[in-house]
Design a protein around this ligand. Structure first.
Ligand code: SF4
Ligand code: SF4
Length: 450
């Protein structure tokens, strides 16, 4: 299978060879913009992948370092005139690295390079520890709604007891990842979405949709999920919550755990009977991009390949769906200067950038302002900001400078990671702005009208 045999596969080689070294992607790449290092550019990383695939370099040292520093934002894909699917190349490189560490469950040792890469076993202790923690979160937390909600309750208590203030005094002396983690925690809202029964249409009925709740989104940004469902109800949709749904698999793919990513994909396909719903709605750019990749991920699966295509055909980001199904536009006045911060996986991964802006423009009173570089990442990139806090902070600071220049009262995000990164960014940059999701602002307008 393409992902499992990794570098040895002709598909991978074909993709690599599609790069014509033109360098047009370089100015779009956040890490290259900051480091100005060829090896931290898309072209440089592709050259490293080619060298690793040819067995000229091992899967450790410089290779791992430059691949790990990539945000996976896919801005290079949008910029590339040659149609290089960098996201797929990166997935393969990450899977090869995970295979070399012996992490991926059921990983095959099919490539000669993977044996050369056994030296990764002697990787520094901190790096191995970080991979063990990632793996624990990936398998033991993210696919388990109850555990995540329990964690959210713990964070709520931590915030209620005022421990945030104490932590803020101690944190500057601790590793930067902990400062980021503390800073990006949203005020916890324990009014979790009730998933026990469908939410009825609140306007003349237009149809039935299924809602993909997300894992972190469900537990830590409950308000965003409530607003999503409410806006769908207000537009005549009955919203269903298939009980067996699980984490999308984006984090598993980012860490190279393809086998586990496929397991999660099959579980979600089983959970959502695609033909029963007008759409399978999600509200997080990263989750949506992962869900839309199921057909590729399971292309060689004799049982799931066809079902994966049917599933993907129904997956819609909430903005993508609403822009065509806003049967009852919001009418309540919301006076605010608003900056929309694109999610990379929405803009570059799903090519959705006009729809959220179009929805925001329907709200009476909103002044929508554009950032100078809307196509640049905010530095969140899944858990990149925790794994590579120094680079993530530099990328974030560039985004904050852009935001400060337009001085918004509300920053709108459309992805779980971006939303939390903006919460952290507002504190870090001392901005006077509130962070909201597109649907939260829509819901505010509906509520104001009422
Ligand atoms: S995915 Fe983003 S960070 Fe990585 S090479 Fe492409 S543009 Fe650069
Ligand atoms: S723009 Fe595309 S073809 Fe040109 S160097 Fe970048 S990845 Fe290669």
């Amino acid at each position: 299978m393409f992902h499992h045999t990794r570098f040895a596969q002709p598909d991978f080689r074909r993709q690599l060879d599609q790069c014509i070294h033109c360098g047009l992607c370089l100015p779009a790449c956040p890490t290259y913009s900051i480091n100005q290092l060829e090896m931290d550019s898309p072209r440089g990383r592709i050259a490293l992948m080619r060298a690793a695939a040819d067995g000229r370099i091992a899967l450790d040292g410089a290779f791992q370092e430059h691949i790990d520093l990539c945000l996976g934002c896919r801005a290079c894909e949008t910029a590339c005139p040659s149609g290089v699917q960098y996201g797929l190349l990166l997935e393969t490189a990450k899977a090869a690295l995970a295979g070399a560490r012996g992490e991926e469950r059921g990983a095959t040792a099919a490539t000669p390079q993977s044996t050369a890469a056994a030296s990764l076993h002697s990787a520094p202790l901190a790096s191995r520890l970080s991979h063990i923690i990632q793996r624990f979160g990936l398998r033991e937390l993210m696919p388990h709604r109850k555990r995540l909600r329990l964690l959210a309750r713990g964070l709520w208590l931590y915030q209620r007891l005022g421990l945030t203030k104490i932590a803020q005094r101690v944190l500057p002396s601790l590793p930067p990842a902990l400062t980021t983690m503390e800073g990006m925690a949203p005020p916890i809202d324990l009014d979790f979405l009730d998933l026990s029964r469908p939410a009825p249409a609140l306007a003349p009925r237009r149809g039935k949709v299924a809602f993909f709740t997300g894992c972190v989104q469900d537990a830590f940004l409950a308000g965003v999920n409530r607003a999503t469902v409410r806006v769908l109800q207000r537009n005549g949709y009955e919203v269903h919550f298939p009980a067996a749904q699980t984490c999308c698999n984006a984090a598993a793919l980012h860490s190279g755990d393809v086998t586990f990513a496929q397991t999660l994909a099959r579980q979600n396909i089983d959970a959502f009977p695609a033909d029963e719903f007008a759409a399978i709605i999600n509200n997080a750019g990263g989750c949506g991009a992962a869900l839309k990749g199921y057909d590729h991920l399971l292309a060689d699966d004799p049982v799931y390949a066809v079902r994966a295509r049917a599933f993907v055909a129904k997956v819609k980001d909430i903005s993508e769906f609403l822009v065509d199904h806003l049967h009852n536009p919001p009418t309540g006045y919301v006076q605010a200067r608003v900056a929309y911060v694109d999610s990379c996986h929405l803009r570059h991964g799903q090519k959705i950038s006009k729809q959220p802006r179009a929805l925001l423009r329907t709200i009476p009173g909103i002044e929508l302002v554009e950032l100078a570089q809307p196509d640049m990442c905010c530095g969140s990139a899944g858990i990149y900001n925790l794994l590579q806090p120094e680079m993530a902070n530099q990328v974030l600071d560039a985004k904050l400078a852009d935001i400060r220049a337009v001085n918004p009262g509300i920053i709108v995000a459309a992805n779980t990671g971006c939303y939390m990164q903006m919460i952290y960014g507002v504190k870090r940059g001392g901005l006077r702005a509130t962070v909201l999701h597109v649907v939260e602002l829509l819901e505010r307008s509906y509520a104001n009208a009422a």
